[in-house]
Ligand binder design. Structure first.
Ligand code: F3S
Length: 505
């Protein structure tokens, strides 16, 4: 590890009667060195560490890190540690200016502010957004980063061609302090090649379709690198639409651990893949499993809803019961009164804020409508009169925050509609939460009437699919995925998914 000079950070002196304090500057170095040591042996990394040009730190909400995390960050900041590269904060649990009107308690707000202050003291920009690439720093192709928000990581790798692993909050901060990260994982060429070919033979039209597709594919490929082959039946341009790809990235990172994907002919490292995939598959591609996604409309219940169906446990495991579970979900969801409609996961772009404003013109909402975005985007939207349009209708454009790390129980929010597959996925893992999922238009329509207005199957999406080897034979994965025939598609997918055990993080 002699390739770089360790940051010189003064250690905090011990107080009388206390153990020698940790040297938090050196702690950063030790974290990075330890991560480099325990990383899987790569073929031949030329160097153990690589210089980074930016970092992004997650674990900012007090709801996530609690007192121990707060103490750690304050100690780290007091030690004099400073970041060496532009470093950005992920969203926290509240709008830092409007928390009172949201009903956030003084106690939560005070602790939340201390977290932000500690990070600022270390030089981290209080961007408080999961889309730093939108207005703060656009990642450049081939540059190395240490980002930690999973959807931002996937977008940086896939849509911009930059290189970052899925860092944890502390490891991203340590990398920012050292200006280095281990040269492993997605920093290396050999780990950026596709592991699965995904052929989508049904149309995907909007962000909810892409999100549903992402949830499904993430579960099938885990930490793999899927390569999507765009489909002619989809409207032109949908596979190049940033909002759709952002939804796809966020969902795959949530249900699986996808940190990099390719879209043949579209994403930076797959510009030429479309030609490769059109004709005969190349040797490398020929060895890959292929997933054919045939239907995004008809076959999925979110597990928490499935668990709540009157017939009790496990009814998704037989075809007959799957139907009754669907009926139960439909009944539970039709006209479901909503506590909130959440838009902006990942954080809404200016275009998305504009769409919400357009859909609301002249209308009033009957439930909370929260559009979460970055402060910069909100300022831009405000300058264009979009925030006013939304707020006149009763909605709120909120900066700095993420619904998933806000104190929802404290706010009395137990039924949420969203156009974000990622939000839906994680909220469904919470026992007392009811979740409706559909496209933006449906969500806004529901906000206006105060209850879910989706059709029965708008809340239940994912996919029928087959997993085949390149020779056409059906194959299973380590999770036992296998679809034997059309009639059994649904059942096998339910069995395979195992959603209910997915952790929230
Ligand atoms: Fe961003 Fe929170 Fe969604 S961090 S991606 S708004 S879960």
């Amino acid at each position: 590890m002699s390739h770089y000079s360790k940051p010189r950070v003064p250690a905090r002196p011990a107080r009388p009667g206390q153990a020698e304090p940790l040297d938090f500057g050196n702690l950063a170095v030790r974290i990075i060195e330890a991560l480099a040591r325990i990383a899987p042996r790569e073929k031949s990394p030329r160097q153990p560490l690589v210089e980074i040009v930016s970092a992004q730190v997650a674990g900012v909400s007090f709801a996530n890190i609690g007192e121990p995390g707060l103490q750690l960050l304050e100690d780290w900041a007091r030690s004099g540690a400073r970041v060496r590269v532009p470093t950005f904060m992920n969203p926290c649990g509240m709008d830092t200016a409007r928390w009172r009107e949201l009903g956030i308690s003084d106690d939560f707000a005070r602790k939340q502010r201390r977290i932000i202050a500690a990070l600022e003291q270390m030089g981290v920009t209080s961007s408080l957004t999961c889309t730093p690439y939108d207005g703060y720093l656009r990642p450049e192709r081939g540059r190395h980063l240490a980002w930690s928000e999973s959807s931002a990581v996937s977008c940086a790798n896939s849509l911009f061609g930059a290189r970052t692993n899925r860092e944890g909050g502390p490891s991203a901060l340590a990398a920012a302090i050292c200006g280095r990260t281990p040269m492993t994982g997605y920093h290396l060429d050999e780990n950026r090649v596709p592991t699965h070919v995904i052929r989508v033979t049904c149309p995907v039209v909007n962000e909810a379709d892409f999100g549903a597709l992402g949830l499904f594919v993430g579960q099938q490929v885990g930490g793999g690198v899927p390569c999507f082959v765009p489909l002619k039946e989809s409207p032109p341009g949908v596979w190049r639409d940033m909002e759709n790809l952002k939804a796809l990235a966020a969902a795959m990172a949530a249900s699986g651990a996808v940190a990099l994907f390719h879209v043949a002919g579209v994403t930076p490292e797959a510009e030429k893949m479309a030609d490769t995939l059109k004709g005969e598959l190349t040797k490398r591609m020929a060895g890959l499993p292929e997933i054919v996604v045939e239907n995004l409309r008809n076959s999925f219940c979110f597990p928490s809803l499935l668990r709540r169906s009157p017939a009790g446990r496990d009814e998704g495991w037989t075809r007959k019961a799957a139907h009754s579970a669907e009926a139960a979900v439909s009944a539970a969801k039709a006209g479901r009164k909503l506590d909130a409609v959440a838009i902006g996961c990942p954080h809404a772009s200016l275009d998305e804020v504009r769409k919400v404003a357009d859909l609301l013109r002249g209308r009033k909402v009957k439930t909370r409508l929260w559009v979460t975005t970055s402060r910069r985007t909100r300022d831009l939207a405000a300058a264009k009169g979009l925030c006013n349009a939304i707020e006149r209708a009763g909605g709120k454009v909120l900066a700095d925050m993420c619904l998933l790390v806000a104190p929802l129980a404290e706010l009395g929010i137990a039924a949420v509609a969203t156009n974000s597959a990622k939000t839906a996925y994680y909220l469904c893992a919470r026992p007392a939460m009811s979740v409706c999922f559909g496209a933006l238009e449906m969500c806004i329509k529901s906000a206006i009437v105060g209850e879910w207005r989706g059709r029965a199957d708008d809340g239940r999406r994912t996919t029928d699919a087959t997993l085949r080897s390149s020779d056409g034979s059906l194959r299973s994965t380590s999770r036992g995925i296998l679809v034997a025939d059309t009639d059994n598609h649904r059942l096998q997918l339910f069995r395979v998914n195992g959603w209910s055990d997915s952790p929230v993080n």
